[in-house]
Structure formats: structure tokens, C-alpha cells
Ligand binder design. Structure first.
Ligand SMILES: CC(C)(COP(=O)(O)OP(=O)(O)OC[C@H]1O[C@@H](n2cnc3c(N)ncnc32)[C@H](O)[C@@H]1OP(=O)(O)O)[C@@H](O)C(=O)NCCC(=O)NCCS
Length: 195
């Protein structure tokens, strides 16, 4: 069961940010959040008209994160409003690859650039560093997502490869996928701090 103790961050402007595990009952709020995300970023791989989820499916998705020991869904809330989310998945039932986990993250438009993404990532790194079998975090990022690249590099992620022209926008433009990873433990298994 993947859960964290709720954690509070104080943003630079003094705003209190709560980060906690996503629960099944958050499904409706998550769906509304995803609707609001539409049109605010061209750095996601699922287009609004391709999203095929409803409340039961979203509940099941959140349940899966809770049930799988190598997976986690984190929500970021300010005054009860969902302002960001992060999820991480790993193949916990495959010994050869279960030491790495793949993450995805987003922050609500209007709240970006205030430290919420960093707080979500720090919470994830701390969880992973303390995890019994996860040793590395991995992600893929659009090569033109300069803000996200800066965030990841600031937190110690390094570029490990490029999937050339992995993304094709409706405009016909291609964008490379930059693959990045970050160790959360050293070779002796000692946790590496988030910052
Ligand atoms: C990428 C994203 C999750 C970052 O979250 P965030 O809350 O905006 O990030 P933070 O405020 O914690 O920023 C942390 C650092 O990242 C960098 N950064 C983040 N957004 C940036 C931007 N738009 N331009 C330049 N740098 C940026 C900065 O270096 C910043 O450090 P600073 O505070 O010293 O300036 C958010 O912008 C987002 O949701 N974007 C749309 C969806 C998306 O791209 N998801 C990632 C897919 S891989």
C-alpha cells in the first residue's frame, strides 16, 4: 500500500501547501482538474478528445496506486483546491526492473512557477529514497518544455537519452522526448537527499 504522511510546505509568498496521497474519493476532483488542464499545456501526450475516463475509472486508477507498493499518487492542495498532482509507477512484480519508477507531474495553470512542482518532486524523492526497492526515478519530457527541464535538473535529474521525434503534434511538428533519471539511493542503498 503506497501512502505518505501528509506534508505541508510554505511557499515563498507564505501560502501553505498541503501534499497528501490521492484517495479514491478524490476521483471527481481529479477529473475536474484534468478538464481545467486542457488547453493550458502542449506538453502532455493525451489530447483532451482522447481522454477516456469517468469517475469509476478514475477511482480504480487511484485505487491501483494505493494497492501497488511501487506506485503513488500525490495531490497538492491550497485551501482545499487541487493545484497539482504527481504520479509514479513501477513494475513491482518484476524483479529485474522494479528498482526504477516512472513519474508524471502537472501543476494547475495560474499556480505554476511558485514552487508547487518542486514540493511535489521533493516529496516523491523522499518517499522513493525510503522505499524498500525503488532506487531510481525516471521520466520523459518534451524537448521544448524548458521550464520542466529546469525543474528536473535543479533536483538532480540527468539526461540519459533522447527518443528522436517521439511526439508529433496536430500541427505536424515533431518534438524529441528527453529521457532523464535520478538515483534516490547510492550503490550501498543509502538514501540520497532530495535537495
Ligand atoms: C512543469 C511543471 C510541473 C513545473 O511545476 P511548477 O510548480 O511550475 O514548478 P516550480 O514553481 O516548482 O519551479 C521550479 C523550478 O523549475 C523551473 N521552472 C518551472 N517552470 C518554469 C518555466 N515556465 N520557465 C522557466 N523555468 C521554470 C525554474 O527553474 C524553477 O526554479 P526557480 O523557482 O528557481 O525559478 C508545471 O509548469 C506544469 O504543470 N506544466 C504543464 C504540464 C507539464 O509540462 N508537465 C510536465 C510534463 S514532463
Amino acid at each position: 500500500m503506497a501512502r505518505i504522511e501528509p506534508r505541508t510546505f510554505t511557499l515563498e509568498d507564505g501560502t501553505q501547501l498541503l501534499i497528501r496521497t490521492g484517495e479514491e474519493d478524490d476521483a471527481q476532483v481529479m477529473l475536474a482538474y484534468l478538464d481545467d488542464l486542457d488547453g493550458t499545456t502542449d506538453h502532455t501526450v493525451t489530447m483532451p478528445d482522447e481522454r477516456d475516463i469517468d469517475e469509476p475509472k478514475e477511482r480504480a486508477w487511484l485505487r491501483e496506486r494505493l494497492d501497488n507498493p511501487g506506485e503513488l499518487a500525490l495531490l497538492a492542495l491550497i485551501d482545499g483546491q487541487l493545484v497539482g498532482e504527481l504520479d509514479v509507477r513501477c513494475a513491482a512484480n518484476r524483479r529485474v526492473i522494479r528498482h526504477h519508477a516512472m513519474l508524471g507531474i502537472s501543476v494547475r495553470d495560474g499556480w505554476r512557477g511558485r514552487g508547487i512542482g518542486s514540493a511535489l518532486m521533493i516529496t516523491l524523492i523522499d518517499w522513493a529514497a525510503d522505499h524498500p526497492f525503488i532506487e531510481q526515478l525516471r521520466l520523459g519530457v518534451f524537448a521544448d518544455n524548458h521550464g520542466a527541464l529546469r525543474l528536473y535538473e535543479a533536483l538532480g535529474f540527468v539526461r540519459e537519452g533522447v527518443r528522436v521525434r517521439a511526439f508529433r503534434r496536430d500541427s505536424g511538428d515533431y518534438v524529441d522526448d528527453i529521457l532523464m533519471y535520478r538515483d534516490v539511493k547510492d550503490r550501498q542503498g543509502v538514501a540520497l537527499p532530495a535537495t
